[in-house]
Design a protein around this ligand. Structure first.
Ligand SMILES: Cc1ncc(COP(=O)(O)O)c(C=O)c1O
Length: 398
């Protein structure tokens, strides 16, 4: 018997038993192939292929040069919060007090803080499937119950007020989380659809959280649907947003929330202990991001071209019925005509073509095996090369 066998120790917590990201298996395989020298085109990642805008890098450079970077208020610096409040005025025409802006370490920290400040263990929170898997996993890790409501083309893949009423009648909900544009679907809710959710939450006494991280990345001229902030319809809800997507700043880990005034203090108390403050360097850099709109619109024009290339190519390759891509940078399409399990299909496709895409299982445990998500956040040449390779593969398999 070894010495170590005498050591007794509890196992990992129940709450840590959230689903892993199954898509990481595909990513790991892609990385192994790259290490072997294979030319892999990854359409997996949900992040811009370009660096942060010049103004952001310049502001960060000056701040680093000065050298002193420290803790800030848990909610962020006054000037950063004011700049975000100004963005609501200039971009949406919605006036808010900067005291309601709360800076976070990416929107991911925003979810932790919002869920902790709004909900107690066992509370039920409605989310849509398909949807961003971290919603479900963070809720579960915090001892909350995600109520996954299936959406389909009949509601343009968005939650409706009737679905929320029905779920609440089954067993009381405490909150509802929506995203528009959404990941992986890319679909958006118009102003009327968002207002209906705001109204039903107020009628039933539920917290509403609106994830607006893909704002800015919308293709309204192609789809007719304009982005709208839920804040236009009520001050009694929580907006979560981030510099990761439109502003091309994933690695800077900086985002924000807009809170009802009486929630600022509860969120602040939790944030002080969980995070102390968001990184000061990222707050300084992100303040400059608002001045880089022109450069960022050019990046978005690139996504728009990529979107058109994919929407043309994917159905011809057998990836059926891509969901309406109103925004974000993903095409989510059915593989039912090609395979019965998108995870196995993704691995085969990667092995035989060197093109990596994300199987749907993470986004939708039930229907995900019939779907794949293709990100078009990369370069046009990568998207074109990937579609060409899939085209040749499709011809060979005939
Ligand atoms: C819908 C959605 N919300 C939130 C996030 C998290 O982003 P971050 O923590 O970088 O702000 C992501 C990342 O992919 C996302 O797709």
């Amino acid at each position: 018997m070894s010495e170590n066998s005498k050591i007794r120790r509890p196992s990992a917590s129940e709450r840590s038993r959230v689903e892993p990201f199954h898509a990481m298996d595909v990513l790991a395989m892609a990385n192994r192939m790259i290490a072997q020298g294979r030319d892999v085109i990854s359409l997996c990642v949900g992040e811009p292929g370009v660096p942060a805008p010049d103004a952001v890098l310049a502001a960060a450079g000056i701040a680093v040069e000065k050298g002193k970077l420290g803790y800030t208020d848990a909610a962020g610096t006054g000037s950063f919060r004011e700049r975000i409040a100004l963005h609501y005025q200039t971009h949406y025409g919605v006036s808010i007090d900067s005291g309601r802006v709360f800076a976070t370490t990416g929107s991911s920290a925003g979810f932790n803080l919002a869920f902790l400040a709004l909900f107690d263990v066992g509370d039920r929170v409605a989310i849509a499937t398909p949807g961003y898997p971290a919603y479900r996993n963070i809720l579960r890790a915090l001892g909350l119950l995600p109520v996954e409501i299936e959406t389909d083309q009949s509601t343009r893949w968005a939650l409706t007020a009737d679905q929320i009423r029905a779920a609440h009648a089954e067993a009381p909900l405490r909150g509802v989380l929506i995203a528009s544009p959404a990941n992986p679907s890319g679909t958006m809710m118009d102003a009327t659809a968002i207002k209906e959710i705001v109204d039903v939450c107020e009628e039933l006494g539920l917290w509403m959280i609106s994830d607006e991280i893909y704002h800015g990345l919308t293709y309204g001229d192609a789809t007719g649907i304009r982005e709208e902030t839920a804040l236009r319809f009520s001050d009694n809800l929580i907006i979560i947003n981030s510099f990761s997507k439109f502003y091309c700043m994933t690695g800077w880990r900086i985002g924000w929330m807009i809170l009802p005034r009486d929630l600022v203090r509860p969120v602040e108390r939790i944030a002080q202990s969980l995070y102390i403050s968001p990184p000061e360097l990222s707050q300084i850099a992100a303040t400059a991001a608002f001045e880089a709109r022109q450069q960022l619109e050019q990046v978005k024009d690139g996504y728009k071209t990529n979107r058109a290339i994919m929407l043309d190519a994917l159905p011809k390759l057998g990836f059926a019925d891509p969901l309406p891509i109103d925004g974000a940078f993903y095409a989510y399409a059915s593989v039912e005509n090609l395979a019965s399990d998108s995870m196995e299909f993704a691995k085969k496709m990667l092995e035989e073509t060197g093109v990596a895409a994300t199987p749907g299982l993470d986004f939708d445990p039930k229907r995900g095996p019939n779907y794949m998500r293709f990100s078009f956040a990369g370069t046009q040449s990568d998207i074109e090369r990937a579609m060409e390779r899939l085209g040749e593969w499709e011809k060979m398999s005939k």
